[in-house]
Design a protein around this ligand. Structure first.
Ligand code: FES
Length: 237
């Protein structure tokens, strides 16, 4: 059944076989380690008997995290998809479908730091071109999807990351770095190269997504007068 699926979409060829030009080498085996096994026990406990296939996304995520710990490259090789399918009692093709549909799963090896640049309209309006250019210059990467020569960085273009209030956003592995400009992007990449990832979140002086430069609405609400009166419909008779 799995032979019907286009191999180029799932990291290519059979495990252990020589890769075709441009394809990554596939590991010949995969097994969950102790840390992953304890995570899986907790994940499977959330699903009723017979519904374990619903855990396919969290288990693929466990695979990706384990590969990141073991090799510095967080990705999901095909042999691991087969292990997930066997664990959940589902046909491998259904796991391939999920792993190749969701962009958060890397079906090819990536660098230690996966730079995911949001270029959707709000981030574009707020400077994602600048962030992209800074990433390229600081890593030497020329094209989307490439990995830097030192193997540390992979650059991917992504759609809206759901954090537009703090645009432009650069996601690094699982963390969001927000309100970036070219200078702060270069500083971030230099810190990552030193192995000193800064705290994620806004890179300018604001908390969360509070208005940049201060409030512009609700300025006439007097301080110290307590909460506004309850709406009449909520007052008991
Ligand atoms: S457009 Fe970039 S986070 Fe929404």
């Amino acid at each position: 059944m799995s032979g019907q699926f286009p191999a180029e979409n799932i990291g290519h060829g059979q495990p252990g076989h020589a890769p075709r030009p441009g394809e990554p080498a596939q590991p010949s085996a995969f097994a969950f380690d102790g840390e992953s096994e304890s995570l899986i026990t907790g994940i499977l406990a959330k699903y009723p008997e017979g519904k374990q296939a619903s855990a396919v996304i969290p288990l693929l995520y466990v695979v990706q995290k384990q590969l990141g710990r073991e090799t510095g490259s967080a990705w999901v090789p095909r042999v691991a998809m087969d292990v997930v399918a066997a664990r959940l009692g589902m046909p491998p093709i259904r796991v391939y479908e999920v792993a190749t549909f969701y962009l958060m799963f890397n079906t090819k090896p990536v660098g230690r730091y996966h730079l995911q640049v949001c270029t959707t309209t709000p981030c574009w309006l707020r400077g994602s071109d600048e962030v992209t250019r800074a990433c390229r210059e600081a890593t030497g990467i020329r094209h989307w999807g490439e990995t830097s020569e030192d193997g540390l960085f992979t650059m991917t273009e992504v759609e809206c990351l759901g954090a537009c209030a703090n645009a432009p956003i650069l996601q690094v592995n699982d963390d969001y770095y927000e309100d970036l400009d070219a200078g702060r992007t270069v500083e971030l990449i230099q810190a990552l190269r030193r192995g000193e990832p800064p705290a994620p979140g806004p890179t300018i002086d604001r908390f969360g997504s509070m208005p940049q430069g201060g409030r512009t609405t609700l300025l006439d609400v007097p301080d110290g007068e307590g909460p506004p009166p309850a709406h009449p419909a909520t007052v008991e008779a």
